[in-house]
Write a protein that binds this ligand. Structure first.
Ligand SMILES: [Zn+2]
Ligand SMILES: [Zn+2]
Ligand SMILES: [Zn+2]
Length: 281
């Protein structure tokens, strides 16, 4: 059994193993919804998921006629959603500290340019073989940046922004808060100054959740679709940009893995980026 919870712990659930399959999804919709470099989902038969909280904070966003992407409206974490045939839940594993190991990568044709796949799991360009009858997914390719401006936005499109400075740092963060906030194996955040981001629409749709016990940790998300969006922290003079929300190719890559001591047990870090137990040296 494995327990999952959203960042604010209003929504929680348990899954019973074995699950049907677990995959890393690199599609551009998962990137935006999670604000992460990719999402990891377990496909769990419906009777193997047990909700252990009330559902008062849950908001549903339908990203297509057949796909619901529910999230916690208080903290923005993606939570399990039901398949259209009502037989499975797709469970975002980032909300679980332990859980099933992923079997494959899907939608690798849509992979973020700043992420390499260094493990030897099977890779599928689009749907996995058992779902080849699914409708063809239209990948939204990242565009080259124009005049030094990187554009981005949430999945529903209400919140749009521009990053006007090169990233001064990009970290893959494995801390428990980031994993739950993005409901992903880790988050990839780019950092610029507090003047380096401007919202071009939908700023009124941005909701923030600060973890009560944290000094700074605050998650910003779209109140309609739950996607992670940039956080401008004027006091600390920084802005934190979830790389998964970008529409333009930043042509910069993460430099390390941080807070590796909190890493999800189901995720193995491979590749040659430096790893730090907590903050980078
Ligand atoms: Zn929550
Ligand atoms: Zn996906
Ligand atoms: Zn949105």
């Amino acid at each position: 059994m494995s327990t999952g919870t959203c960042l604010c712990e209003s929504v929680s659930w348990e899954i019973t193993e074995p699950v049907d399959s677990t995959y890393h999804c690199h599609c551009s919709m998962c990137r935006k919804t999670h604000g992460a470099s990719f999402a990891t989902y377990s496909f769990v038969p419906i009777d193997q998921v047990k909700w252990t909280s009330n559902m008062d904070t849950v908001i549903n966003y339908s990203s297509s006629a057949s796909l619901d992407r529910p999230f916690c409206g208080k903290c923005g974490s993606v939570i399990p959603g039901k398949s259209s045939d009502n037989k499975f839940y797709y469970v975002p594993l980032g909300c679980h500290g332990d859980g099933p190991k992923p079997d494959c990568h899907i939608f690798t044709d849509s992979k973020a340019p700043w992420i390499g796949i260094a493990d030897d799991l099977p890779q599928y360009a689009a749907h996995p073989p058992e779902e080849e009858d699914q409708p063809v997914y239209q990948n939204k390719e990242l565009s080259p940046p124009t005049e030094g401006v990187l554009r981005g936005g949430c999945l529903c499109g209400l919140v749009q922004f521009e990053v006007t400075e090169p990233f001064r740092a990009i970290h893959n963060c494995h801390c428990t808060r980031c994993r739950r906030a993005r409901a992903a194996a880790f988050t990839t955040n780019g950092f610029v100054s507090s003047e380096g981001v401007r919202f071009t629409s939908g700023e009124e749709h941005i909701k923030v959740y600060k973890v009560p016990s944290a000094k700074f940790f605050t998650h910003s998300f779209c109140d309609t679709c739950g996607s992670g969006v940039p956080r401008i922290d004027v006091a600390r003079k920084i802005s934190v940009i979830p790389m998964g929300s970008l529409d333009d190719d930043p042509r910069q890559e993460p430099e390390d893995h941080i807070f590796v001591e909190d890493k999800a047990k189901w995720y193995d870090i491979v590749g040659d980026l430096p790893m730090f137990d907590q903050y980078p040296k």
